[in-house]
Design a protein around this ligand. Structure first.
Ligand SMILES: Cc1cc2nc3c(=O)[nH]c(=O)nc-3n(C[C@H](O)[C@H](O)[C@H](O)COP(=O)(O)OP(=O)(O)OC[C@H]3O[C@@H](n4cnc5c(N)ncnc54)[C@H](O)[C@@H]3O)c2cc1C
Length: 456
């Protein structure tokens, strides 16, 4: 029997295992430093909301990976979440894999309805967006919902276990070498094939490991900006057409690329904790519990060249600035206060038309924390969006900073995601290949195909 080790029980690792379990001649172990789904409840909060106080951070680690407590919005479009057509070889293959992934989610309990606008609605919105200099990307989505995701992931884990896949949880891998891995507790595990899929929480570790064994990596662009929160009524006309509308904008001053991302209609803003002074914001939404607000990320794409190519290091300095000014919490500011060049304060915020869904924040001055260029890009993008979605740039609009989408260093691989080390594969967000649940799963499937090809 050939021994397969999968490091990371996130979307990429679970879907790779799902594909590999079809071959009964393989011994498959999934290793994750985090706990099983049932132990991933936040101890300090009774529901699935994020909090910054769990150690180790269970919001990113464990079975289901970073996606477990997300809204579970499945982007069923090959142009979202990474270059999926390139990854898969062509668009047709990407669509086939996306259908496979979507079907696995549905079979394991994801809600059956999908969000898909009619052609005429898409065309109308595209025309309207174009007329104000915005590009609208239509997308089909399925919404699992934060409260359902743990049940769906548990069902997937059960299916894997019933098919002989073994889970080694609360087990952190320290070292990757050709033919073996070593855990932080010093246990050596030999492998015939290894797939490393450690997500963003493991991206720095992965790139260090790749460098130690001579696998080439390269820096990828970073997305930095804010999470915007507005009354849900403002977004209702758009969200009734597209659940998670994707708008692309070029800003007038710098001609930078800004996009909306992860729109949570009637959702909640949450913290995403990478370290004590590395705290960013994010958002999620439930199918059952709804807020009166809608939140979305507004992100500027940043690529760096010499002398600093390291986009992660740059992102961390921004996160550090925000956390330092915010006393260890993200900053929040009313757009009206930004326009008046003054910081926000709780005393003013409590009378604001819209109340924040994330309270563990510090009212402050975002312009002191974000680099000038990014700050200007965000304000200009909001003003443009307001022409398409009136009310988005009201004085009462809340901006949380920072929102950062770190890009892992891209691990250089062949088309099946095998590195220059024989039988060592990578997949998912941690390898800089994807961004998102479906995309990560798709990369896991491609790596699994590569492994199966070599096994046969
Ligand atoms: C708040 C939030 C909301 C999100 N919402 C959405 C959404 O609605 N839709 C969407 O498409 N995407 C969403 N995402 C992104 C999505 O969760 C990720 O893109 C996806 O989970 C990436 O999958 P992955 O398998 O690459 O990595 P991950 O899901 O991060 O899984 C990696 C796993 O590897 C483990 N690991 C890391 N290092 C080691 C090690 N050394 N040893 C052992 N185990 C290790 C980790 O514990 C983790 O469980 C959201 C993310 C967050 C944080």
């Amino acid at each position: 029997m050939q021994k397969i080790i999968i490091i990371g029980a996130g979307s990429a690792g679970l879907f790779a295992a799902y594909k590999l379990m079809e071959n009964k001649q393989l011994e498959i172990k999934v290793i994750d430093k985090g706990p099983p789904v049932k132990n991933r409840h936040c101890e300090l909060q009774k529901d699935y909301r994020y909090c910054s106080n769990c150690e180790p951070c269970r919001t990113l680690s464990g079975v289901g990976g970073a996606g477990l407590f997300s809204s579970g919005l499945l982007n069923l479009n090959p142009n979202i979440g990474g270059e999926l057509s390139n990854l898969a070889g062509d668009e047709q293959k990407a669509l086939e894999l996306i259908n496979y992934i979507d079907n696995v989610f549905v079979v394991n309990g994801a809600p059956k309805n999908i969000y898909q606008a009619s052609q005429s609605q898409v065309k109308e919105l595209q025309n309207k967006a174009n007329s104000v200099g915005i590009h609208f990307i239509p997308i089909t989505q399925r919404h699992i919902g934060t409260e359902n995701a743990p049940k769906v992931i548990s069902a997937i884990q059960k299916k894997l276990e019933n098919n002989g896949v073994e889970f080694l949880l609360n087990t952190e891998v320290d070292t990757i070498r050709p033919n073996k891995i070593i855990t932080t507790k010093g246990k050596e595990i030999k492998y015939d094939f290894c797939l490393v899929a450690p997500g963003r929480s493991g991206m720095t570790w992965l790139s260090e490991q790749m460098s130690e064994i001579g696998v080439e990596t390269r820096y990828e662009p970073l997305d930095v900006g804010v999470r915007v929160e507005v009354p849900s009524t403002v977004m209702e006309p758009i969200c009734s057409i597209a659940r998670d509308p994707k708008f692309h904008i070029f800003t007038p001053t710098y001609d930078d690329f800004v996009r909306t991302f992860c729109v949570n209609h009637q959702g909640f803003v949450v913290q995403e904790v990478y370290g004590e002074r590395n705290i960013t914001t994010n958002g999620h939404s439930f199918l059952s519990e709804r807020s009166n607000n809608t939140n979305f990320a507004l992100l500027v794409k940043i690529s760096l060249t010499e002398p600093l190519e390291d986009t992660t290091a740059y992102g961390e300095t921004i996160s550090f600035n925000c956390a330092t000014l915010g006393g260890g919490k993200p900053l929040i500011q009313r757009l009206g206060d930004i326009r008046k060049n003054r910081r926000s304060k709780w005393s003013k915020l409590k009378n604001n038309f819209i109340q924040p869904t994330l309270k563990n924040v510090t009212p402050g001055d975002i312009s002191m924390a974000l680099p000038h260029r990014i700050f200007i890009d965000i304000i200009e993008a909001l003003e443009k969006l307001d022409k398409l979605i009136p009310g988005v740039a009201n004085n009462s609009t809340l901006l949380y900073a920072p929102e950062i989408k770190y890009s892992a260093k891209r691990v250089i691989t062949n088309q099946f995601l095998e590195t220059s080390v024989n039988n060592l594969f990578v997949a998912g967000d941690g390898a800089g290949l994807t961004r998102g649940i479906v995309a990560a799963a798709l990369s896991g499937l491609i790596a699994a195909e590569g492994i199966l090809k070599k096994c046969n």
